[in-house]
Design a protein. Structure first.
Length: 270
C-alpha cells in the first residue's frame, strides 16, 4: 500500500503539470459537472460526440471517457469510432456503464465497447453485476446493496474483462484482476447529487491520461472525490444541504493535493 500511495502523489503532480485533455462522450445530465471537475483537478475537458470529428478530437486527447447515461444509436456510433481511434493511438479508454441493468440496449452497447478494448470500467454494484450477466439487480442507475465480498467480485470482473474494474458505493472495490484495493472514504451526501459517479470517472480519466498504472489512477480518482466530499461536508453550515454541498465539492477538489489524498486515504489491499 505504501508504494501505491506514493504513486498517487506522483500522478496528481503530473496531472497539474501536463494538464491532459480528456475527451468525453457523455450524458447531457452531467456533462457540465464532469467538465468542471476535470478543470478543478488540473485537466482540460472536451465534450464532443459528432461522428465527423471523432478522428480529430479523440486523436488529440490523452484519455477517452465513454458514458452511457443518455445513450442513443448515433452517439454509440460515435463512441465506437472514438474507441477505434483511441485503441490505434494507445489512448486509454474508460467506460461508465450507466444503467446497463435497466435496458438490453445499454447492456449490448457496453459489452460491444468492452469487447473492442477498454482499460478501466467504473460502475456501481448493480451495473457491474449486469455486465457479468445478472440484470435482475436494481432497476435505476443508483447503486444497489453491497455484496458480501465486493473485492472478490471486482477481481473476477477485472479478470473477465481484462481491465481495471472499480465498483463504487459506500465501500469501493478496485481490482486489476490480481490486486484488490478496498477503500472507505466518502460521505453520504454524494448520494444526494446527480452525477457523482460520472464525476468520479472523469477524475479517474485525469490520472489515466498521464499514467498507465491504471490501478493507481483509479484509486486516485475515487479517493479524490471521496476525500473532497468529506471536506465539503465538513464546511456546511446549518441549513445548507445538497446544493451548497455540490458547490463546495468542486472547491474541495480544486484544493486537493496528492499528499492530502495519500495521507487521508482509508483502505487496504487484499
Amino acid at each position: 500500500m505504501k508504494l501505491l500511495l506514493e504513486k498517487l502523489k506522483t500522478i496528481d503532480t503530473d496531472i497539474k503539470k501536463r494538464k491532459p485533455l480528456i475527451h468525453h462522450i457523455t450524458n447531457y445530465v452531467t456533462s457540465g459537472d464532469c467538465a468542471n471537475m476535470a478543470l478543478a483537478f488540473g485537466a482540460s475537458p472536451v465534450m464532443a460526440d459528432a461522428l465527423e470529428e471523432m478522428k480529430e478530437i479523440t486523436g488529440a486527447a490523452d484519455a477517452l471517457v465513454l458514458n452511457l447515461g443518455t445513450i442513443n444509436k448515433n452517439k454509440f456510433i460515435s463512441m465506437l469510432a472514438a474507441a477505434k481511434v483511441a485503441k490505434m493511438r494507445g489512448i486509454p479508454i474508460l467506460l461508465d456503464p450507466v444503467g446497463v441493468m435497466a435496458s438490453q440496449m445499454r447492456l449490448n452497447m457496453a459489452q460491444e465497447l468492452i469487447n473492442n478494448g477498454v482499460q478501466i470500467i467504473r460502475g456501481n454494484y448493480a451495473e457491474c453485476r449486469a455486465l457479468l450477466g445478472d440484470k435482475n439487480f436494481g432497476q435505476g442507475v443508483d447503486a444497489g446493496n453491497a455484496c458480501d465480498d465486493k473485492g472478490e467480485f471486482a477481481r473476477q470482473a477485472a479478470q473477465k474483462f481484462n481491465c481495471v474494474v472499480a465498483i463504487t458505493g459506500a465501500i469501493d472495490a478496485i481490482s486489476d484482476g490480481r490486486q484488490v484495493i478496498i477503500a472507505h472514504n466518502g460521505h453520504e451526501l454524494l448520494t444526494k447529487v446527480t452525477g457523482a459517479g460520472c464525476m468520479t470517472t472523469t477524475l479517474i480519466a485525469c490520472g489515466a491520461a498521464v499514467s498507465d498504472d491504471y490501478l493507481a489512477t483509479t484509486v486516485l480518482g475515487i479517493t479524490a472525490i471521496n476525500i473532497a466530499a468529506q471536506h465539503a461536508a465538513a464546511k456546511l453550515q446549518v441549513g445548507e444541504y445538497s446544493g451548497t454541498f455540490k458547490a463546495k465539492l468542486l472547491d474541495a477538489v480544486c484544493n486537493l493535493q496528492g499528499t492530502i489524498i495519500a495521507t487521508e486515504f482509508k483502505g487496504k489491499s487484499i
